[in-house]
Design a protein around this ligand. Sequence first.
Ligand code: PHE
Length: 342
Amino acid sequence: MKNKLEEIRAKSLAAIEEALDPGALDAVRVQYLGKKGSLSAVLKQLGSVSPEERPAMGQLANEVRAKIEAALNERGKALQDALLERKLREETLDVTIPGKSVETGAKHPLQIVWDECVDIFVGMGFQVAEGPEVELSTYDFDKLNIPEGHTVREWTDTFYITEDEKVHLRCQTSPVQVRVMEQQKPPIRIISPGRVYRKDEIDATHSPMFHQLEGLVVDKGITMGDLKGCLDVMLKRLYGPETVTRFRPHHFPFTEPSCEVDIQCFECHGAGCRVCKGEGWIELLGAGMVHPKVLSGCGIDPDEYSGFAFGVGLERLVMRRFSISDLRLLFDNDVRFLRQFS
Ligand code: PHE
């Protein structure tokens, strides 16, 4: 029996040393210490040992059990430690590795001026209104008092979408005025920036797609003085407090009276130079008092209300603002150009 116990001790200790993972170790435990394990099998024979030898055998069996248990614990702990060690090694995160840098772009110069204009007008209590770029001729022409036969209605000027000339790419932002006046009753104060389309040849100052910013104010007692004050504020905010503005009579079918607004040339201060082509002034935008026909066409009584409107080409504002001499730069998407605005 003594030999048997010693054999169990030797074999189990060797098996414990060889167990490479907790599962294998547990199998060893069951094999030697389990209810049906080798040690139990030997202990069952203790009854057949002579009474003199029995205590010594019992003691030896206990020693063997204790030894095996201690070895199992020790090996188990070692395996756990190794496992943790490996996990730590495999899952390490090197916080010192430099991160991937995300390149931030720059606001497009058009967007810069667009946002500035919105800020200026929102500061004066205006709301931003939007309208469709694919527009009905009713809104872009008829309700703006632009008669049949007017040159802008020609196929050579306007991108028609339908053969019957009822739908086209809007050639101005002014139809937004009509859409707003049909929906809202005065007081109205809106601006509407957006894309417009005309069949122009591309050159340094023309593009078949460009941007306008429309403005509209309708209320009781609105006068040309309000129009002048409002535009004066806008241009001074955009170009600096020394900016000098000039209002010149003009004609638009949807405003009466109408005017064009110039700023004094910042280069020659009115004397005439290359920048202003000898004029001393630079033309910037169209404006006027909303035509009574347009008001009444939208259900607003022109005897009770009056209003002013203006429409300004954003590209022109941008080019003046950043001294850009060729409009095409704004649409070429050359990052070397665009990066300068970051
Ligand atoms: N829509 C006109 C244009 O495109 C500009 C304008 C707007 C003029 C509002 C007067 C009033 O030229």
